[in-house]
Design a protein around this ligand. Structure first.
Ligand code: TYD
Length: 205
């Protein structure tokens, strides 16, 4: 593949959406020399992705529908890779993706699905060039969520975010060969972004 595939991960409230937007602006305006920057996210808004988004809004209890969500996230991801991510990489784009298989590994594991089985089902899927995990204290994350939204979604409870954060911190054990980097994201956005830039610059040079 000619382009670069960069994934942003972290719990709800980790600030990955903000970092992704700042990264896009920086890359688009920089002299690094890439004309095509593609911003995308999972779950998507079409097909299986739209079914997931309905469940996230209507459900209040984090532990329900684990198996059903697991297969919807997986189907959504396969379509996303085939229809958008791979074609964009073949054109030489930098693809910045908000969440990928690491979210399934951490969230659906917290819902009770064994980590080994989630890792195994994703074995044949495209591996990114860089995975940035924005690590925040769940209290900081809940504060950001409450300040930025009027309604709280299915997984946005502090006990649950604490468990997901722990699953992220264990990711390297489950996937020792993947390019996963952790970034302390408790600070102000500009400070966090300096660290994000540093990691991305290493991959693009
Ligand atoms: P989120 O990043 O909050 O969506 P957006 O900011 O685009 O509205 O993702 C939606 C929720 O879905 C979030 O709580 C994490 C959860 N999720 C999983 O549980 N498994 C997955 O595989 C993915 C991609 C997301």
């Amino acid at each position: 593949m000619v382009g670069k595939f960069i994934v942003f991960e972290g719990t709800d409230g980790s600030g990955k959406g903000t970092m992704l937007a700042k990264t896009a602006e920086w890359l688009f305006n920089s002299s690094i020399g890439h004309d095509k920057i593609v911003l995308t996210r999972e779950p998507t808004f079409s097909g299986p992705g739209s079914q997931i988004r309905k469940a996230l809004k209507s459900d209040k209890e984090p532990m329900t529908k684990a198996k059903q969500l697991l297969s919807l996230y997986f189907e959504d991801r396969k379509e996303h890779i085939d229809k958008l991510i791979k074609p964009a990489l073949q054109l030489g784009s930098i693809v910045l993706c908000d969440r990928y298989k690491y979210s399934t590994i951490c969230y659906q594991q917290a819902q009770g699905i064994p980590v080994e089985s989630i890792v195994a089902m994703h074995k044949r899927l495209l591996v990114p060039d860089l995975v940035l995990v924005l690590d925040v204290d769940p209290k900081v994350a809940m504060k950001r969520i409450r300040a930025s939204r009027s309604s709280i979604e299915k997984f946005e409870k502090d006990f649950f975010l604490g468990e997901i954060r722990q699953n992220y911190l264990n990711l390297k054990k489950a996937l020792p060969d993947e390019p996963i980097k952790f970034i302390d994201a408790n600070a102000e956005p500009d400070e966090v972004f300096l660290k994000v830039k540093k990691e991305i610059a290493k991959v693009l040079k």
